[in-house]
Design a protein around this ligand. Structure first.
Ligand code: FE2
Length: 387
């Protein structure tokens, strides 16, 4: 039996409700354990916790512009290494032409996110048309190939030696956020039958990071049917109906879509801003002290970040506080628009990540300095509620 060491105390000038009614002239910072599920303290500061002027040493916030990656080769195994640890491998790939082989990842489940383009997926389970904003969960060792109709850009996230699962939805029940009935599976349809035949087919298998090729004198995607509860599944980001509260800025964990082994994948999709006058309308400053946080920006206008465009990745390792850029802070209590307009994929990893070669080749210099301002930043005051 073990239990967190946790106390609840209100010390000095503090709000008793996290993320709302901050003491005048303060910025709020959450110091928290276990993602957003463990002991946590909200601290009220007179300076923005991202007001640093210099960084020395290897730890720092990092940003990578994956749109600047050069040619990446015709196989998913040519995808560029972005970030990895022993539990997950995040890679980025462009697929412009039909794959001339089947891929099979024996190291773990693969989550494919279609950033751009559309096409057809052919796999053990059949055929599925796929397009922008689709997540595809490919169970470990599924044989698959893509035939793009429009050049595709894909984020690949391997759950190394593990399986993707769905999060517990607790109080809101199983049909909230997205209904499991929204998950699509491939079909044994005419297109699938049409690609079957006696042509020689290579299967390129990855196991322990090494590639092996198995050649068949026929196409092994030759199933005529199947039954069971294991399959490739597809979910589009537009099928997600996010949790929102008009009185409370929910933590990113409310947007969890898939749970890996010692990491989670969350999706940010458009949602209404909070309307309670005292509720903050930008992400609160926080040090997510047990996790490295990665965000892949897919589409829209990223309301808490300056100078970020689709196809970029930011990585905020554990060890410092992160939070909104100074311009976004001015809208802490009053947003100009009724809704956010952003689509992003976030990975929260329990173990330290390392940058891969591809990411390092397109790193944005000066990202750590992007919170810098000319003069001091004064916190906006909590608007007085109408009498
Ligand atoms: Fe964060």
């Amino acid at each position: 039996m073990r239990k967190h060491i946790a106390i609840t105390r209100v010390e000095g000038r503090a709000s008793r409700q996290a993320h709302a009614d901050l003491p005048d002239g303060t910025f709020e910072r959450e110091l928290g354990k276990e993602g957003f599920f463990g002991p946590a303290t909200m601290m009220y500061h007179t300076h923005p916790p991202t007001g640093w002027t210099q960084w020395q040493g290897p730890l720092r916030p990092r940003a990578y512009d994956l749109t600047k990656l050069g040619p990446l080769g015709p196989s998913p195994w040519d995808a560029g290494a972005v970030l990895a640890n022993a539990k997950l491998k995040m890679r980025f790939w462009r697929c412009a032409e039909a794959m001339d082989h089947l891929a099979r990842n024996a190291d773990g489940d693969e989550l494919v996110f279609v950033h751009r383009g559309r096409g057809d997926l052919y796999c053990d389970y059949g055929h599925l048309a796929v397009g922008q904003g689709d997540y595809l969960v490919l169970p470990r060792s599924t044989m698959w190939r893509l035939e793009p109709a429009e050049a595709m850009e894909l984020l690949l996230i391997e759950c190394t030696n593990g399986s993707y699962m769905l999060p517990e939805k607790g109080l809101v029940g199983g049909h909230a956020i997205f209904d499991p009935a929204m998950l699509d599976a491939p079909r044994i349809d005419d297109e699938f039958r049409a690609q079957q035949g006696e042509r020689e087919t290579r299967v390129v298998v990855k196991r322990q990071g090494a590639l092996s090729t198995v050649t068949y004198p026929f196409n092994p995607l030759d199933a005529v049917g199947w039954h069971g509860d294991l399959s490739v599944v597809r979910l589009n980001v537009k099928d997600i109906r996010p949790l929102a509260s008009h009185r409370y800025h929910l933590p990113p964990s409310a947007h969890t879509t898939f749970v890996g082994d010692r990491f989670v994948v969350c999706t940010f999709v458009p949602r209404p801003f909070e309307t309670d006058p005292g509720a903050i309308k930008v992400p609160f400053f926080h040090n997510n002290d047990d996790y490295d946080e990665v965000i892949f920006y897919h589409d829209g206008d990223f309301f808490s970040r300056d100078n970020i465009h689709p196809g970029m990745v930011t990585w905020h390792p554990c060890g410092f506080t992160h939070g909104p850029h100074p311009k976004a802070l001015q809208r802490m209590y009053a947003q100009a628009k009724p809704m956010t307009d952003e689509y992003a994929v976030m990975i929260d990893a329990r173990d330290a990540l390392e940058a891969g070669e591809a990411a390092m080749s397109v790193e944005l210099a000066g990202y750590a300095e992007s919170w810098r301002t000319e003069g001091p930043v004064t916190p906006p005051s909590v608007p007085k509620a109408a009498e």
